[in-house]
Design a protein around this ligand. Sequence first.
Ligand SMILES: [Zn+2]
Ligand SMILES: [Zn+2]
Length: 339
Amino acid sequence: MKAAVLVEGGQVRVEDVADPVADGWALVQAKAAGVCGTELHFMEGMIPPPSDRFILGHESAGVVLETPAGSAVAPGDRVAVYNMVGCGSCRPCLSQRESLCVEPVGQLGFSLPGGFADVVRVPARNLVPLPEDVSFEAGALLACSGMSAVHASRLAGIALGDTVVVDGVGGVGLMAVQVAFAAGARVIAVADTEERARLAAGAGAAETIVLPGGEGYDGLPDRVRELTGGAGADHYVELVGTGQTLLAGIRSLGRGGKLVIIGYTGDHLDVHPIELILSEIQVITSVAASRRDLETAIQLAAAGRLSATVDTRYPLAEIGTALERLKARQVRGRNVIVW
Ligand SMILES: [Zn+2]
Ligand SMILES: [Zn+2]
């Protein structure tokens, strides 16, 4: 089969590789795979690949080819692939927090061969059925940014009537806006361009604040207070992750507010504890998602409440172009490899 492999020097090349053998797992014929910023981290050497000629891609959907006996899905079923392969028996795995698994088998596209391949090998329990009215490409994107937004919202307890600031309108940010809106919250989105602000408004943000080029976070807390009658926000979902944006997040919150950290950079969060203590600010962090979060994301998509923004569709052979455009920050939403 053909697959896009990360080779030495950080290049991604489409090559012939051996067909995977199910060996107790399921095989899925790929139909769509999202191209994520994580791929660039591998190419730049920030994340070391587990082996030479490693198959990237951690957000995919397709049609089941083969499953072991007794599986909940059958050949021909349309599915999204949940990419975290937990041990299935530790406490986090048993309490639907597989992204915290103590002894994970691995993660597709990170430590196990991923989704940029004609056929994907994965445990059958990681396959989540896709209803007919949810496209393969939507299913693929829900399996990374969509489920991550659901996970963060669940951990933060975003509820009816809450005010939620979503800082950063990229792939996860756009999903976070929709998920918070679906939960009944009033969303204030912070974007670095007018165009991204318009995307956020279209996704359900009641208000948008544009900080051109990501400048001006010093003034953000005052603007959030103006929009909330002086109270500040209940939640601040942080996707940019610089020292400045994290601090602006804390200062934009009202009493008992929650800072929800998903994004990060090389920066540290430098804040005196008293700033948190006096308002009983809670700091919540969110990493990836559980299988249940992917199920919820798909359910929301089927109900028309969560959609994925696709920039451009590429065949696997043109993945290099998709990656170059992502690196040049020319992508709005996600580029998707389609079969
Ligand atoms: Zn991703
Ligand atoms: Zn586990």
